[in-house]
Design a protein around this ligand. Structure first.
Ligand SMILES: *[C@@H]1O[C@H](CO)[C@@H](O)[C@H](O)[C@H]1NC(C)=O
Ligand SMILES: *[C@@H]1O[C@H](CO)[C@@H](O)[C@H](O)[C@H]1NC(C)=O
Ligand SMILES: *[C@@H]1O[C@H](CO)[C@@H](O)[C@H](O)[C@H]1NC(C)=O
Ligand SMILES: *[C@@H]1O[C@H](CO)[C@@H](O)[C@H](O)[C@H]1NC(C)=O
Length: 378
């Protein structure tokens, strides 16, 4: 009797152990399985086409897509090229100018991302789950399946234009900008409207002189071989920091991207080479761009002014991006509370003036962040 009891007990024990193991294994296995695709917008097929190409990529797919425009009236669609690791910068935009606030001005915004490059270092580490979480919260991410790299920025740029054509064709204007740039959307929009930007045009900061020479020093991050680009000057182009264009122009730029050679420096390629092929011309608004992050900081010292500059670099400073965008929004909704004093006849800033800088560094728009001594004249 004792032994048979023992046997039953041991059998029960074995079965229980097996069951527990099986449950544990099941939990472990499901935890490590790829997560199911995150919720997608209702019209999933339209937002996740399987037959897209992008420039010379034959099997392009969206990892995430957004219906940010819906069928609403859109005056301005803002497409922001963003590195997956720049969560803080994206959140700075969202805090200063939340989607609901933009909506009241008929503005919409998406961030353009590529696929996380696991071998890329030096950025805040994020993984795809975090990006998907972000998209669930804000529904404002457009992520392509090409790999994140500065050599792939042209893909991201064209993806943004193609997104605009297909998912926001009603937009009156498109603003393409980088996530580390601060822009006064409202003043920029007013300025571009005052220039009656229509059809095949791009308004931005035109590059001049040496800025249009390909970099031939091998050590430079921006080195371009004569094989990649032979001529000694690029066609006229505008800075990719921020520019405004139309859907009609975007259609032509994208069309030519799919039928002409690829070039990896995205602003030169899109607003220069493709613009030349497309018959898209430029409207120069460079007087409203500063290359100094300190210029923007200077403007922020006084609540009562609208900065002379509508566009400037932040040096990856999320706080500066947020503060500048907040200030521009405040000036928009309480128009009388900000004095604008840009002297149109001299094209010179009047609030924040640079001193102690050699003159040739003053007007250089080549992507460097320059810290000068900026004197407020409030
Ligand atoms: C892709 O598929 C959609 C839906 O089937 C179709 O309407 C569209 O014409 C296709 N596009 C291309 C480029 O084949
Ligand atoms: C936004 O668009 C609607 C519909 O066209 C229009 O009635 C409204 O005045 C616009 N709002 C702004 C701030 O332009
Ligand atoms: C650019 O993206 C393509 C497509 O995903 C990839 O094959 C290529 O390696 C990427 N380029 C760089 C420099 O990472
Ligand atoms: C604007 O600039 C012009 C030309 O330099 C100058 O004559 C004028 O006094 C300036 N106006 C103001 C308000 O500073």
């Amino acid at each position: 009797m004792v032994t048979s009891h023992h046997k039953v007990f041991r059998r029960v024990l074995t079965v229980s152990c097996c069951l527990i193991c099986a449950v544990l294994f099941f939990l472990y296995a499901t935890k490590n399985q790829p997560r199911p695709r995150r919720p997608r917008p209702a019209s999933s097929h339209r937002f996740y086409p399987s037959n897209w190409t992008l420039v010379n990529l034959k099997h392009f797919e969206f990892l995430l897509n957004s219906d940010a425009c819906e069928t609403r009236h859109i005056d301005l669609l803002v497409i922001v090229t963003s590195h997956p690791g720049h969560v803080a910068l994206r959140n700075a935009f969202r805090r200063a100018l939340p989607m609901e606030a933009l909506r009241t001005f008929n503005i919409s915004r998406v961030f353009l991302l590529a696929q996380i490059n696991p071998s890329q270092t030096g950025y805040h580490q994020v993984d795809q789950t975090i990006i998907e979480e972000e998209h669930l919260n804000f529904n404002d991410i457009v992520q392509g399946d090409f790999i994140e790299s500065y050599h792939n920025l042209s893909y991201k740029h064209i993806m943004g234009l193609k997104y605009s054509i297909h998912y926001c064709p009603q937009a009156q204007l498109i603003l393409k900008m980088d996530d580390d740039i601060a822009v006064n959307l409202f003043q920029l929009l007013d300025l571009v409207r005052s220039k009656s930007l229509t059809g095949l045009q791009i308004a931005g900061a035109m590059l001049t002189g040496n800025e249009r020479n390909p970099v031939r020093e091998r050590a430079s991050k921006w080195y371009v071989s004569r094989y990649d680009y032979a001529p000694s000057k690029y066609p006229p182009f505008v800075s990719g920091w921020a520019y405004v264009t139309t859907v009609q122009a975007a259609i032509q730029l994208v069309r030519h991207a799919e039928s002409s050679p690829f070039f990896w420096i995205d602003d030169t390629y899109v607003t220069g080479m493709l613009a030349a092929l497309s018959g898209v011309n430029h409207v120069d608004i460079r007087t409203r761009f500063t290359v100094f992050a300190d210029h923007l900081k200077c403007c922020l010292r006084n609540d009562a002014v609208a900065c002379d500059y509508f566009v400037g670099p932040s040096g990856d400073d999320a706080e500066l991006v947020e503060a500048f965008h907040r200030q521009s929004f405040r000036c928009k909704i309480r128009i009388d509370s900000c004095r604008a004093a840009f002297n149109e006849s001299s094209d010179k800033p009047s609030f924040c003036v640079i001193t102690n800088l050699p003159s040739q560094t003053y007007d250089k728009l080549d992507g460097r962040i320059i810290h000068g001594q900026i004197v407020p004249l409030f």
